[in-house]
Design a protein around this ligand. Structure first.
Ligand SMILES: Cc1cc2nc3c(=O)[nH]c(=O)nc-3n(C[C@H](O)[C@H](O)[C@H](O)COP(=O)(O)O)c2cc1C
Length: 480
């Protein structure tokens, strides 16, 4: 039996596919530990856009009100785990997964993967197809064809998610329209954050403080987003401002192999309620340098908006964007990892069937932000997705289990009166890509992963070995 972790080359052979998973803002929040000849650990590696370790995972995770990052980092790690599992299957071995095996003593350990190598069982055709799709899949923010994805294909994609305990459902007519409107409203709220102005979309997505006033000064704020002020009292607008700063740091440039490059951001839609995220923060609307991103955080937003304005030609997107929402039964870190695996299996299935996908998660991110601001209620203003006041919840629910329940509850509530009871985790837009020549490359780069071999004493970082050079022309290849 070939040992999966015999040397640096075989280690990287197993890990490489995991790196091509999607991750929020292409942050690649994972690292790997080889702990035995048949065991590898997937760990959270939370870093900022400059690549500096923050080590905030515990804080994010154990806070009664974690913000979007812990969840979204974990979803990306779940997607990487799916790829890792497929890589192990391609070697003919079976992976056995324990999700978050030590939540109290080692919460940054997201998954422990045992490789059962007693017998070799070749990969099935389906596994080969999914594996082949890993490098073909990219988040596609370009316009899709107006031809709707075939219902049978949508069912295949839903089934793929269901195999990983993720419930993916098509958002039909009014729900899709509401989500597009909510996404545009969230984009507008983020774009004006910190400027004390009302979101451009007016009655779009309304959250506490989004009207520019600190409407709940007495609200609880737990686990603020930076290290120095792990807990404190910040206005919702201040939290939103931090959120926007982080967004601008990740988008438009790819220092150290992280972040979303300008080329991957796609064109600007020609109509309101865009089916793709506004990574330009409204910059192209502003004209003449007075736009939202120009108002300045000093975090690279200025040059980004200037480049965005040049880049952002408006294009017509598909007439009826097809959206699917991914749910899990509950809302704790293991569920986020399940969501990530379900998402990735669904995306790989879509890719293998010729369907492209992008994401529209900003309303869910702002729901988490609102929850952080006010963990009791999430304090959502009444917007198009939310009808009526949130019912009273017992004020004694302060332990983390109940916080998890409340967070899931708040996320469910943002959907308003839908028939679904599970917790929404992601929204994807699917469609057939338009084939046209001269399109920019939409690929994103990847950074060198942190891979530590703890079988060695002391532990060693596993450096990727150089690729073997092809033999020079005229020289015979060596056979031994
Ligand atoms: C949890 C999560 C949330 C994401 N949210 C968005 C989003 O709201 N809008 C978007 O355009 N892309 C979103 N993405 C896609 C990432 O930006 C993308 O995966 C990353 O840039 C790497 O690019 P790739 O998917 O092409 O490999 C999200 C990805 C994950 C895993």
């Amino acid at each position: 039996m070939p040992k999966p972790f015999a040397d640096a080359r075989s280690i990287h052979h197993v890990i490489e596919p995991a790196l091509w998973a999607p991750s929020v803002y292409n942050s690649q929040p994972w690292s790997f530990r080889i702990t035995a000849d048949d065991r590898i650990e997937l760990r959270a590696n939370v870093s900022d856009s400059a690549g500096a370790r923050r080590g905030r995972w515990d804080l994010l995770l154990h806070s009664p009100a974690p913000g979007p990052w812990a969840r979204e980092y974990a979803i990306g790690c779940g997607a990487a785990l799916m790829n890792l599992r497929l890589a192990i299957r391609m070697l003919g071995h079976d992976p056995v997964i324990a999700l978050v095996p030590a939540p109290d003593s080692d919460p940054g350990l997201l998954a422990s993967v045992e490789i059962v190598a007693g017998r070799t069982r070749g990969p099935k055709e389906l596994e080969k197809e999914l594996y082949a799709a890993i490098r073909q899949r990219h988040t596609d923010r370009r316009p899709f064809s107006d031809v709707p994805v075939h219902p049978g294909v949508l069912v295949e994609i839903e089934r793929a998610a269901a195999r990983e305990d993720g419930w993916l459902r098509v958002l039909h007519g009014p729900y899709a329209r509401r989500w597009l409107k909510a996404s545009a409203g969230a984009d507008a709220a983020i774009a004006v954050a910190g400027r004390g102005a009302a979101p451009a979309s007016g009655d779009g997505w309304g959250l506490a403080g989004g009207d520019g006033r600190d409407t709940a000064a007495d609200a609880m704020v737990i686990a603020a987003a930076d290290d120095a002020a792990a807990s404190g009292r910040l206005s919702y607008d201040a939290l939103l401002h931090q959120f926007r700063d982080e967004l601008t740091q990740w988008t438009g440039h790819t220092e150290g192999g992280c972040g979303v490059p300008l080329t991957a951001s796609g064109p600007r839609p020609a109509r309101v309620n865009s089916p793709v995220r506004d990574f330009w923060l409204g910059a192209a609307d502003s004209g003449g340098g007075n736009g939202a991103a120009d108002s300045g955080t000093g975090s690279g937003a200025d040059s980004w908006s200037a480049r965005a304005r040049r880049h952002a030609e408006r294009e017509r997107f598909e007439r009826h964007p097809q959206l699917m929402m991914l749910f899990t039964d509950r809302d704790d870190p293991a569920d986020w990892l399940r969501a990530g695996q379900a998402l990735q299996r669904a995306l790989l299935t879509a890719t293998s069937l010729g369907v492209s996908a992008s994401f529209l998660t900003q309303p869910l991110e702002l729901a988490d932000l609102a929850f952080r601001y006010d963990p009791q209620y999430g304090r959502l203003h009444h917007g198009p997705l939310h009808h009526g006041p949130l019912p009273h919840r017992d004020k004694c629910q302060q332990d983390s289990r109940n916080a998890v329940d409340r967070r899931g509850y708040v996320r469910r509530r943002i959907l308003g009166s839908t028939p679904w009871l599970e917790v929404p985790q992601m929204v994807i837009r699917v469609g057939y890509p338009k084939v046209s020549a001269g399109q920019p490359d939409i690929r994103t780069p990847r950074q060198e992963p942190e891979v530590i071999d703890v079988r060695c004493v002391p532990s060693q970082r596993v450096i990727r070995p150089p690729e073997p050079q092809p033999p020079e022309a005229g020289q015979p290849a060596r056979t031994h």
